[in-house]
Design a protein around this ligand. Structure first.
Ligand SMILES: NC(=O)c1ccc[n+]([C@@H]2O[C@H](COP(=O)([O-])OP(=O)(O)OC[C@H]3O[C@@H](n4cnc5c(N)ncnc54)[C@H](OP(=O)(O)O)[C@@H]3O)[C@@H](O)[C@H]2O)c1
Length: 328
């Protein structure tokens, strides 16, 4: 089978399309013929050795796929060859077939096409877990989303609205903010020129926001945490800007506020049943027309580097997906 391989930690352009043996299904696993693969910021970090998970070489990046079950390993129940699925395979998705834990693989509703499904699990799964399980956001609360037109950011805007929050979307351009508005944002802040804190203050009558969803990190983070209201919650989702922020502890004391870590991939391992429930709820919301996954660009397996470069260069709105074409 064909796979985009990483043979040493290096810039993303060093990824090469090669022919390798197809994977087998170990106990507890399924093998999926990949129809489509979601491209994520973490893929680019992983091939450069900058992500917390460092797989043995050679490996293919790609942590979420859609497709059809080709084989099931010992002890796997509930799936059979030919079933349509979406899976958080963790690694190996830039390939024509991938093995994945069966308990992180989900039946795909007939109405959801493979391209949409490939970009669904990580973005919606992370934002739903963050807002529902970690922040326990309540209807009427105010949510500030940074990087609001990015992969996870846009789903946080959309889910925030579904969950009854007043959503302030913040991003680096008018074009990105227009997309966040289309997805329901009530207020918009362009932070490319600075001034995030003052604008949030003005928009909230000086009160601040109840929840902050931050997939960006860097310098923006400390400015953002100063925007929390009394008993506010700050969700640490990612560091797309590169630097991991450090927060002065007095800020938490002064607002009786909390910083909450969000690591969907490991939360899934810790409690697969709870997350299977979350995914089923998300697919149901999508079926009801309440979620509209935004796939802005598709690439082929051969042009995967180009797609990944768009993501790493801050150019993408919503999701990029690779159409791999097997298992359709
Ligand atoms: N904790 C979890 O469980 C979890 C799950 C999924 C993803 N993540 C992490 O969340 C972050 C975002 O992931 P994503 O897939 O949503 O990425 P994405 O689609 O590329 O979005 C990231 C956003 O960050 C902003 N940004 C600011 N500085 C940037 C820079 N130097 N390079 C690129 N983007 C920059 C951009 O928005 P503006 O241009 O508007 O600033 C961009 O839209 C990543 O760090 C990823 O690893 C964490």
């Amino acid at each position: 089978m064909k796979a985009m391989l990483c043979r040493s930690f290096a810039p993303i352009d060093e990824l090469r399309l090669e022919s390798i043996d197809a994977p087998a299904a170990d106990p507890g696993e399924v093998v999926i013929d990949v129809a489509a693969t979601g491209v994520n910021f973490l893929d680019g970090l992983m091939v450069q050795g900058k992500y917390q998970t460092k797989p043995p070489f050679p490996f293919s990046p790609g942590s979420e796929v859609s497709g059809r079950i080709r084989a099931v390993g010992e002890g796997v129940t509930g799936f059979k060859p030919g079933d349509r699925v979406a899976s958080f395979c963790r690694v190996g998705g830039y390939a024509e077939a991938v093995s994945a834990p069966a308990n992180q693989t989900y039946p795909l509703p007939e109405a959801v096409d493979f391209v949409t499904a490939a970009g669904f699990l990580i973005t919606y799964g992370t934002s739903y877990h963050a807002l529902k399980d970690r922040a326990r956001i309540k209807p009427g609360e105010t949510l500030l989303v940074l990087g609001a037109a990015g992969g996870v950011g846009l789903t946080a805007v959309e889910l925030g609205k579904v969950m009854g929050a007043h959503v302030i979307a913040a991003a680096s351009s008018a074009e990105k903010l227009a997309l966040a508005k289309e997805y329901g944002a009530d207020e918009l802040i362009d932070y490319s020129e600075g001034g995030l804190r003052d604008t949030v203050k003005a928009l909230t009558g000086g009160r601040g926001v109840d929840v902050i969803y931050d997939p960006v990190g860097g310098a923006l983070a400390e400015e953002a945490i100063r925007c929390l209201a009394w008993e506010g919650r700050y969700l640490v989702v990612g560091f797309a800007a590169g630097a991991i922020p450090k927060f002065p502890a007095n800020l938490l004391l002064l607002k009786s506020s909390s910083i909450l870590g969000v690591y969907w991939g490991d939360a899934l391992k810790a409690d697969p049943e709870r997350h299977a429930g979350n995914i089923a709820e998300l697919f149901a919301l999508q079926g009801e027309g309440k979620l509209r996954p935004h796939i802005s660009e598709t690439y082929t397996l051969e042009s995967a580097v180009e797609g990944l470069r768009q993501v790493m260069d801050r150019k993408v709105k919503g999701k990029v997906v690779l159409t791999v074409g097997k298992g359709e």
